[in-house]
Design a protein around this ligand. Structure first.
Ligand code: ZN
Length: 443
């Protein structure tokens, strides 16, 4: 076992007061699918852990230290929970336990394919709190308070995706699973394979202290005239001002903002993202974030890619896309950031727009604020077809029966930033509670 490093929060903590720890016990065969007795089968006893998918040091955790650690701010820590094997067929997936040392510590659980590929979807299947409350239940994914987004190759789960899921100190249990099919509803059928598990945590908040969200803006190709022009433009000022105005009720503001160009062949390839849904190498979201990871390999900031359009199967899909509950600091992973699009024609028009008629704030600024909401763990209050609502109590759902819930049909709901197609940018108290738990924003 390796302990997470002590969190530096500006004060010295008591020994292990801020450490994340695993809590495997003698029952760890049942808990994590590992072999604590003699994984080599030769009676030779414990030996130093090496990356061989065996528990060499006989501590109940397989291959701890073998996965790439995220880049961390001073107020964050990482706990490597090693690898688990999914035998396939019907679940449940192997359950892992860890100790959350402090009430209200901001934690995101992370799982990824040991092979590092993007061919299988990974998603959180269960989450149980210290008092035994099941916050994510296999078979009741869409009704669970802490359901988390399925994603290719790597998945995450923020602890506390609804206000009632309080990140309380004690032993939590969770599992992730994987499948080659999109499991938007829990399928109960896993595909065999190994997953790395871990968690990133930010020190607990005492109250409503101001938080800073650092972002790296990657301007792809000649979108908005490139990084040098966008960074000094009145449009960017309007975009950033809108983000800060929208997130002011959560006391979350943009912190350090750095600009980069994605140029050359990569800039041309990803100027328009053409495929956001395929498994494997055709998926341009995965490819784009690999490029961004190489440009800023040690960054702890949220990666924001600015492209000229986001398409799938020849159709424009959205003004922005984000991993739901992202993890900044995992360079190269799609889950490390989000994409927004600035249409070149709109940009040109906006350059000559009369004062008060610029769309930079209302369209691009609101889009960035909305995607940052997803990144920090918020679901749409209503999906476009009404198939799913968020797990937050104080956001109202649109109950009209229609194939598409337009803002005109749901005028009250569309006032919320996280309506699938928002007409305004309000946040509820519950949404503020959830996003302040996410470790992306720091002290
Ligand atoms: Zn959205």
């Amino acid at each position: 076992m390796r302990l997470g490093r002590t969190i530096a929060a500006g004060v010295l903590l008591l020994a292990c007061g801020g450490c994340l720890t695993t809590s495997d016990t003698g029952a760890s065969d049942a808990i994590d699918g590992g072999d604590t007795t003699d994984s080599k089968g030769d009676g030779s006893g414990p030996s130093p852990e090496v990356c061989n998918l065996q528990d060499d040091d006989l501590d109940g955790i397989i291959d701890e230290g073998c996965q790439t650690k995220p880049n961390l701010r001073a107020d964050e820590s990482w706990l490597d929970l090693g690898a688990v094997y999914l035998p396939g067929g019907l679940g449940p997936a192997p359950v892992k336990a860890f100790t959350l040392p402090m009430l209200n510590m901001g934690v995101v659980l992370v799982a990824r394919d040991v092979g590092g590929g993007n061919s299988a979807y990974v998603w959180a299947e269960s989450l149980t709190g210290p008092d035994g409350t099941k916050f994510l239940t296999p078979g009741a994914w869409d009704l669970s308070a802490n359901r988390a987004w399925p994603s290719l190759g790597r998945a995450t789960a923020l602890i506390g995706m609804a206000p009632q899921v309080v990140p309380s100190a004690g032993v939590w249990k969770f599992s992730f699973t994987r499948s080659v099919q999109i499991p938007l509803k829990y399928s109960g059928s896993a595909t065999p394979g190994w997953l790395y598990l871990g968690m990133i945590g930010r020190t607990a908040l005492a109250g409503m202290e101001p938080l800073k969200l650092d972002i790296d803006v990657f301007v792809v190709g000649n979108t908005a005239g490139g990084a040098a022009k966008l960074s000094v433009s009145p449009q960017w000022k309007a975009i950033a001002g809108q983000v800060n105005a929208i997130w002011a009720p959560a006391k979350i503001q943009l912190g350090k903002v750095a600009f980069f160009d994605v140029s050359g062949d990569d800039g041309q390839k990803y100027l328009y993202v053409d495929d956001v849904s395929s498994a494997g190498s055709a998926n341009e979201m995965a490819g784009l974030f690999e490029v961004l990871g190489k440009l800023r390999p040690t960054s702890t900031a949220v990666a924001v890619a600015v492209v000229s359009g986001i398409y799938d199967m020849g159709q424009p899909v959205a003004l922005g896309l984000s991993h739901l509950a992202g993890v900044p600091g995992m360079a190269g992973a799609r889950s490390s950031g989000l994409v927004i699009s600035i249409d070149p024609q709109q940009w040109t028009k906006d350059q000559s727009a009369l004062a008060g008629q610029s769309i930079a704030a209302t369209v691009w600024g609101t889009t960035l604020a909305h995607e940052l909401g997803h990144f920090m763990g918020l679901w749409h209050t209503d999906e476009f077809d009404g198939s799913l609502a968020d797990p937050i109590d104080d956001t109202s759902s649109c109950t009209i029966s229609a194939s598409v819930l337009t803002p005109a049909l749901c005028p009250q709901q569309a006032q919320n930033l996280m309506f699938w197609s928002p007409a305004a940018a309000n946040l509820s108290k519950g949404q503020v509670t959830v996003t302040r738990r996410h470790p992306a924003a720091g002290l």
